[in-house]
Design a protein around this ligand. Structure first.
Ligand SMILES: [Zn+2]
Length: 234
């Protein structure tokens, strides 16, 4: 087999190795990646805290209303107790009652708007909980699948690395030096197959003179355009 064919074989093995490594990295990343669930949990905690704050505020205002109503009722009893002697005293009490009633009304308005907020946050939280539970369930199913995939890929990688080592052992040292250098500088492709007189990688037409040289199969012939080692397919 010619040197360029041997290198092409090696390149196929090496591409397979790097493909498997990429898949392995992706699978490992996916297995380690809890970002979505963590993000969702954080958001839920924020909404839970907000809801707690709303409930606390509501109960504080409800207590205020209760105490205002108690005051109103005590003023009311005073007015009808028959103990009020002067017009002035009466009108002062009535005025106070009016002020208190206005305060109750304001507080009741606030409660109404708080209730709307509370409903909104409760609904949102319920939806968020159900979304989180779906995410957690999906993750639970995904983990064993990913672990299995990683284990399969690791076995595939062992085989591919062995094949690459075997292919490398068949090549000459100077050829390997050239191949390794070219792969580094030419996006992992050092050897390019000729396809209908075009370089199979850069797709630029290869001059007849170079093709003739290539057919002699004596030395490495490079693509005129991308400088990769050309190789005639079987
Ligand atoms: Zn080329």
């Amino acid at each position: 087999m010619s040197d360029s064919k041997l290198l092409l074989n090696l390149q196929e093995c090496d591409i397979k190795v790097s493909d498997i490594k990429t898949k392995l990295e992706k699978a490992q990343f996916k297995l380690d990646d809890d970002t979505e669930i963590t993000k969702s949990k954080k958001l839920n905690t924020l909404v839970e805290d907000k809801l707690k704050e709303i409930k606390l505020n509501r109960s504080k205002i409800e207590k205020d209303i209760e105490s205002l109503n108690e005051k109103i009722s005590s003023i009311n009893s005073k007015i009808y107790s028959g103990l009020i002697k002067t017009e002035k005293e009466l009108s002062a009490l009535q005025e106070e009652m009016e002020t208190l009633s206005t305060m109750v009304e304001n507080n009741e308005d606030q409660i109404l708007s708080i209730m709307i907020d509370q409903d909104r946050y409760s609904d949102g939280l319920e939806k968020a909980y159900s979304q989180l539970s779906i995410m957690e369930q999906t993750r639970e199913e995904e983990i064993p699948q990913l672990k299995q995939l990683i284990s399969n890929l690791k076995s595939e990688l062992d085989i591919a690395l062995k094949e690459s080592d075997d292919a490398r052992a068949k090549c000459q040292k100077p050829a390997l030096l050239r191949y390794d250098k070219l792969r580094k500088t030419h996006k992992g492709i050092a050897v390019s197959e000729l396809t209908s007189n075009l370089c199979g990688t850069c797709m630029v037409s290869v001059p007849t003179k170079i093709i003739q040289e290539l057919k002699k199969d004596i030395t490495f012939v490079l693509c005129n355009s991308c400088q990769r080692i050309l190789c005639i397919p079987d």
